[in-house]
Design a protein around this ligand. Structure first.
Ligand code: NAP
Length: 261
């Protein structure tokens, strides 16, 4: 399929969370371009220069704008930039997560509120911050799609601790955003991914354990070095092929979520 008749042909999409070419968001950006989308990336803080370098590895040039989701000025500037550039936004990928080390490791009682607040703000509240700032542009598109990356938070995981709590908040928030934005033509969905080896994954102390067991538990098997299945689901949800789906969590985990043991 050529980009001109691809799934995302004519769509203008903001993709957050590209840090390296291993980032889940990088796979989404590459596939979105291949499917005809025009893409702008966002990066934050010290990672911004790395995002710019990684952007050059895409098949088509993609501009990078600065969005630290905790900085309202960045969000306002991004909205102004995208308004001037496109006048609308057809899709957003939220691929942002961070928790201080005190929030991870297998002792949920260890972190204090100051650390927990950072994890919740960056990993969950940020979806509201981003969607809120770009809401007029999403609405202007007539029909638009927000996709956020999740790690299934319906159960407790080894060492994931406050990131798990933050992901549970993200899941709930996606449902409320779906409720409030649906009447304006904006869909909000999550892709709950299995473990993929990225920078963020390396900072999760239990990640090696997930890597060792996931493939064995997944009926479809699982490759921690392959982000393509996650990218495909995100692109599908960003396309017009899920027009009546919102508030949904799509598992791309090889089927692990459905197994009892
Ligand atoms: P990644 O490549 O390290 O991406 C994480 C991104 O979050 C980075 O680009 C990082 O940018 C960004 N970020 C952190 N703080 C930010 C802030 N204040 N403002 C804006 N951006 C910020 O790792 P990834 O695994 O692809 O993670 C992307 C998403 O997928 C995360 O939500 C993660 O929880 C989720 N996920 C990952 C897996 C997995 O196994 N890898 C599984 C399920 C879900 P900086 O580093 O520059 O701050």
């Amino acid at each position: 399929m050529s980009p001109s008749n691809g799934l995302l042909s004519g769509k203008r999409i903001l993709i957050t969370g590209v840090l390296t070419d291993a980032s889940l968001a990088f796979g989404v950006a590459r596939l979105a371009q291949a499917q005809g989308a025009e893409v702008v990336l966002s990066g934050a803080g010290r990672g911004l220069s790395l995002t710019r370098r990684t952007a050059r590895k895409l098949d088509a040039p993609a501009d990078v704008i600065e969005i630290d989701v905790t900085d309202p000025a960045h969000l306002r500037a991004a909205a102004a930039d995208l308004e001037a550039r496109w006048g609308r936004v057809d899709g957003i990928l939220h691929a942002i997560g961070f928790a201080p080390q005190e929030c991870l490791g297998g002792d949920i009682l260890r972190a204090e509120w100051e650390e927990v607040a950072v994890a919740l703000q960056v990993s969950a509240y940020s979806l509201k911050a981003l969607v809120g700032a770009l809401r007029p542009l999403l609405v202007a598109a007539g029909s638009s799609s927000v996709v956020a990356l999740d790690f299934d938070a319906r159960v407790a995981w080894p060492a994931y601790d406050w990131m798990g709590v933050a992901k549970a908040a993200l899941e709930s928030l996606a449902r409320y955003l779906a409720r409030d934005l649906g009447p304006h033509g904006v869909r909000v969905n999550l892709v709950a991914a299995g473990p993929v080896r990225t920078m963020a994954a390396k900072s999760i102390p239990s990640f090696k354990g997930f890597e060792d067991t996931w493939g064995a538990r997944a009926p479809l098997g699982w490759d921690v070095n392959d982000s393509e299945p996650v990218a495909r689901a995100c692109v599908a949800l960003l396309s017009d092929w899920f027009p009546m789906t919102t508030g949904e969590m799509v598992h791309v985990d090889g089927g692990v979520h459905a197994m009892g043991a």
